[in-house]
Each structure stands twice: as structure tokens, then as C-alpha cells.
Write a new protein. Structure first.
Length: 548
């Protein structure tokens, strides 16, 4: 993989990160943009404070990072942040090294804090004190404007007021903290989701059905629905009540539009309905994503986007996050910036990213290579890659209740191509999905897909030796309290061991939940090749492919 020591030049190109390094190593990564739409809040007037900068998400040096481009697609703020939110009030909240930073449109840091920080709206952002867990408001320079004394803090709207709660009651305040209105909503037997427009979405704890009241407790929608989402503009996305044994499917059911009077405006036909931003929202069907207006009608002047995702209007620009791929378009459909699907490794090998989508819940991106020295070898490699990435996905149907999001990266060390397949499978209603990653090691000259055993001398005790190394490290971590592992008989490494490598180090890793809890991810153990030198088959084709 690329490291800072051998990195020569990196050009950021969205979901593909084209990394040009020294001649013996090159890399391209396809990463998910599914998290581009970070925590957004519907404001009182439901109009975003538009910015000329737009959020991108990419991979640099193997890390998922965020940055910003301008309206021409040029990178203005380099992707160096762990995550970021869109610009608002001329600033953006980003995260780096577990700290919240406020940056301006030049990328200059105005303020840093370890307290949780929300977006800025009309010049103020709410924050949560790490010690008291109470919330208050700051300005972009980090000055506390309103002390952290509130249990809940909404966003300040264009009228310069916000909704807050304190001591079990809800209030509307101005920027000086003066109470302008006291609401009567105090019912603690329900779970409330307060909106900046003064509505409370609640769930009946007995029936688990949802409804809406205003902050004075007046009923807008009785708790008879499977799910209610406030969309802004006085509109709600509402889903039907499901049978008790089907409740877990509510997330994939269609919504209808209801207004603030509780009147149903449309039929239940909008899948993946997004919130309104600048008076537009989006929804999907089995094949496309559409932009709609506040009446629920499709905006015919904006072209439908093939695939499943969201369309977010930011001023006169539309952010299209479709099938984990990001692009920006004008309202007439003109493309401003789009994730490229092709890049070239420093070796001259060209990597194309192709999409396989048998149904709306399955998205698989897989690599196809060109520029290999032998056309027959090239076809052989590509055919196998297609099979490895798509065969299992072909068997999945809508009725399986399974979402699949798979992507890839390609590294090259001399003649060794390293293709990584990563993914996340999620069954509807499950507590969490199942992540996975696999590596394929391909000889660019011969097309051979190498296996773990090909690294080692035949009949050597490499499995036993590596198992001892892993077992010793696990015992050390348990003793030090730095790791937790399931009870085992001490057998970890197998002949089908998961691994990856660079020129100097072999890294053994284990599947999620196989030897440790889910939260541990993929436990890894690094083994320098120098420490197992006597076991390696240095005359073998695998070793020679990335050392000669």
C-alpha cells in the first residue's frame, strides 16, 4: 500500500483516488461516498445557507478523508479530514484526530474543540459540553454566546430564534438567550424528535407506532404509522403501519406526503424519500432516483439519475449521491464534477471501475484492467475478477431483504497486482451488517492468482510458526488489557489464512467476529518477512513477483 514515504503525487478525483508513486508501487482506490450526506438538520425555513464549496470524500494513503471542491470541480480544501459536513454560514465543521474543527472557505482553522459540535446556522452552532452533557451555542471563532445549560438545542433560523429545552420544558429563544415563548409540551411518556419548525415526532412506547404533535401538544398525526420523518416545508414523510412480524421492514417501505395539518397529499409511493433542501427532495423507484418539488411532482427539467441514492439541492447545484458514487450537477442537468471511473497506475496498467447492479439493493463495483503486456493474460484476469466480484451477488433478489455494497482498491508492487474487495452486507432489521474484505494477488505477467501457501517453502512449518506468533501476541494483549478475544484452543492461523502484504511485511488478519467481538473489526498481526526468512520460498514466483 502507498505510504507517506513513497508517495510522490496524489490527484484527488472523488471516489477514485489516483495515486502516482515511485515506479515499483502504484495504487488506485474505489471508496464509498455513502456517507457524504452527513448529519443534516432541517431548518425552520428549510433553505440551506448555500456555499460555493462542495463536499467530496475520497481515499488517501488508505484512509477515508473529506475535503471540498469549488463550482469548477477544483479541489479548494484538500481531503485531510476524518469526516466533514457541508459549509453553512461561511464555515464548515470537520473532524480530525478526534477533535472538532471549524474551518473557513480557505481551509483555515478558526476554532478547535473536543466538545461535540453541530453545524452553524445563522452564525451560531450548538455544542455539547463533555463534562455536563448540557448544550449551548458558540460563534465560528469559538466564543460561547449562550452557556451550556440546555438539554436540547435546535438550530437558529432566519428569524434568529431557536427551540431549546430546559428543566423538562421547551422554549423559543433569541440569540441573547431571552425566552420569547414557552411551550406546553412536557409529556415524558413518549419519545420526541423535535424539529426546528416546532413539531415533535413521537413514538408510542407500547405500540412503537409514530405520530406528530406541535410543541403545545396539539395532535397533527395520531400515532398510527410505522414511521414519520419531518421533511421541512411543513411536510412529513409517513409510512404505513406494518404487521408486528414485519416491523423490521419499515425502512424499505414507501412514504406518502402529509402536510402540517395532518392531511395526506399523495399515495404511499416514494421510496428512499429524502428531506427537502431548497424546496426539493428526492426519491427512488426500482431503477432511478428523481428530484421532486414540494407537491411531490417530479422535476422534469432535471434528468433522473440511474441507480439508488439521494439528490440534494445546494443553491443552484445538485449533489447526486447515487450508488455510493458522488457527482455535482446544475439544475438543468449539466455535470460540474463527477467521480471518474478510470485511472492509470504508474506502471501503465489502466483500471476501469464497472458497476454491477442486479437489483436496487445490490451495488457492486469491480475492476477491469487494461495495459497488461499479454492480451490473453489480461482477458483471463478480467474474467476471473468479474466472477469473484459478481457471482454471489447475482443470486440475490429483492425478496432476500439484503443490501450489498461492495467496492475495491488496486495496488501494484512491481509485477504483483493486489486487488482488495471490501463490502458490507446488511439484512433488513438486523442490529448491524457484516463487513468483509478479501485480497487477490495477481501476477501481471502470467495472470496467476497466488495463494497463501505460495509464499512459503513446501513442507515447511510456516502455519505452526505463524500461529505461535499470533497466539503469543494475543496472550500479550489480553494480559495488557489492550485486546479481548474469544476463548480458543490456541489454533488461529490456517492454510486459508486471510492476509495482505507489502515488500517488507506480511499482515495476517481475521474475519469480523471470528476470534474477537464485532467491535474489534478485523484483528491484524504484522509479521516482518525478516523474522520468518527461513520459511519463505524466495525462488517461488509469488515472492519474485514483488521483489525482482
Amino acid at each position: 500500500m502507498i505510504t507517506k514515504n513513497n508517495l510522490k503525487k496524489t490527484a484527488i478525483v472523488g471516489t477514485l483516488c489516483f495515486t502516482v508513486a515511485f515506479s515499483n508501487v502504484s495504487s488506485v482506490n474505489l471508496v464509498s461516498a455513502s456517507t457524504i450526506n452527513t448529519e443534516s438538520t432541517v431548518t425552520a425555513n428549510n433553505t440551506s445557507e448555500s456555499s460555493s464549496l462542495y463536499l467530496i470524500h475520497t481515499t488517501v494513503d488508505g484512509k477515508e478523508l473529506y475535503g471540498f471542491i469549488d463550482g469548477t470541480g477544483a479541489v479548494v480544501v484538500k481531503p485531510i479530514y476524518t469526516w466533514a459536513r457541508n459549509f453553512s454560514s461561511g464555515v464548515a465543521v470537520v473532524n480530525q484526530n478526534d477533535k472538532y474543527l471549524v474551518i473557513n472557505t480557505k481551509g483555515e482553522v478558526l476554532y478547535t474543540t473536543t466538545n461535540y459540535l453541530n453545524d452553524f446556522h445563522n452564525g451560531l452552532a450548538s455544542f455539547t459540553d463533555n463534562t455536563t452533557y448540557k448544550s449551548g451555542y458558540i460563534n465560528p471563532q469559538g466564543k460561547v454566546v449562550l452557556k451550556a445549560v440546555y438539554n436540547y438545542t435546535g438550530n437558529f433560523g432566519k428569524d434568529n430564534t431557536a427551540i431549546v429545552s430546559k428543566s423538562g420544558k421547551y422554549y423559543r429563544i433569541n440569540k441573547q438567550g431571552k425566552i420569547l415563548k414557552t411551550y406546553s409540551l412536557t409529556n415524558k411518556n413518549y419519545y420526541y424528535n423535535i424539529t426546528d419548525d416546532g413539531y415533535a415526532i413521537y413514538t408510542n412506547p407500547k405500540t412503537y407506532l409514530s405520530g406528530v404533535v406541535d410543541l403545545n401538544g396539539k395532535t397533527i398525526l395520531k400515532a398510527n404509522y410505522g414511521e414519520v420523518t419531518y421533511l421541512g416545508n411543513g411536510l412529513f414523510g409517513v409510512k404505513k403501519k406494518l404487521a408486528a412480524d414485519e416491523g423490521y421492514l419499515v425502512s424499505i417501505k414507501p412514504s406518502a406526503l402529509f402536510n402540517k395539518s395532518g392531511k395526506q397529499l399523495t399515495s404511499f409511493k416514494y421510496y428512499d424519500l429524502s428531506v427537502y433542501n431548497n424546496n426539493y427532495a428526492s426519491y427512488t423507484d426500482s431503477k432511478y432516483t428523481y428530484l421532486i418539488d414540494t407537491t411531490g411532482n417530479i422535476v422534469s427539467s432535471f434528468p433522473k439519475q440511474e441507480g439508488r441514492g439521494t439528490l440534494t439541492v445546494q443553491g443552484d447545484v445538485v449533489q447526486a449521491d447515487i450508488d455510493n458514487t458522488l457527482s455535482y450537477l446544475k439544475l438543468d442537468g449539466t455535470v460540474i464534477w463527477k467521480n471518474p471511473t478510470t485511472t492509470t497506475l504508474s506502471s501503465g496498467v489502466i483500471v476501469d471501475s464497472l458497476k454491477f447492479k442486479p437489483n436496487k439493493y445490490v451495488t457492486v463495483y469491480y475492476p477491469q484492467l487494461s495495459g497488461l503486456s499479454d492480451a490473453t493474460v489480461q482477458k483471463q484476469v478480467n474474467d476471473k475478477l468479474v466472477s469473484l466480484f459478481t457471482d454471489n451477488a447475482k443470486k440475490v433478489t429483492d425478496k432476500d431483504g439484503l443490501t450489498i455494497d461492495d467496492s475495491f482498491s488496486v495496488d501494484q508492487i512491481k509485477d504483483l497486482l493486489i486487488v482488495s474487495k471490501t463490502g458490507y452486507d446488511y439484512y433488513f432489521g438486523a442490529a448491524h451488517g457484516t463487513p468483509f474484505r478479501l485480497y487477490y494477488f495477481i501476477d501481471a505477467k502470467t495472470g496467476v492468482f497466488y495463494e497463501f501457501k505460495d509464499l512459503f517453502l513446501k513442507d515447511s512449518s510456516y502455519i505452526k510458526t505463524l500461529n505461535n506468533i499470533v497466539s503469543k501476541e494475543i496472550k500479550k494483549q489480553i494480559k495488557d488489557g489492550t485486546g479481548y478475544y474469544f476463548d480458543s484452543n490456541g489454533s488461529y492461523v490456517t492454510g486459508n489464512q486471510f492476509f495482505y502484504l507489502n515488500a517488507d511485511t506480511l499482515t495476517l488478519y481475521f474475519d469480523s467476529t471470528s476470534i474477537a467481538p464485532y467491535a474489534a473489526g478485523f484483528p491484524e498481526f504484522k509479521v516482518p518477512f525478516s523474522s520468518i526468512d527461513s520459511l519463505i520460498n524466495k525462488d517461488g514466483a509469488f515472492w519474485k513477483s514483488f521483489h525482482e
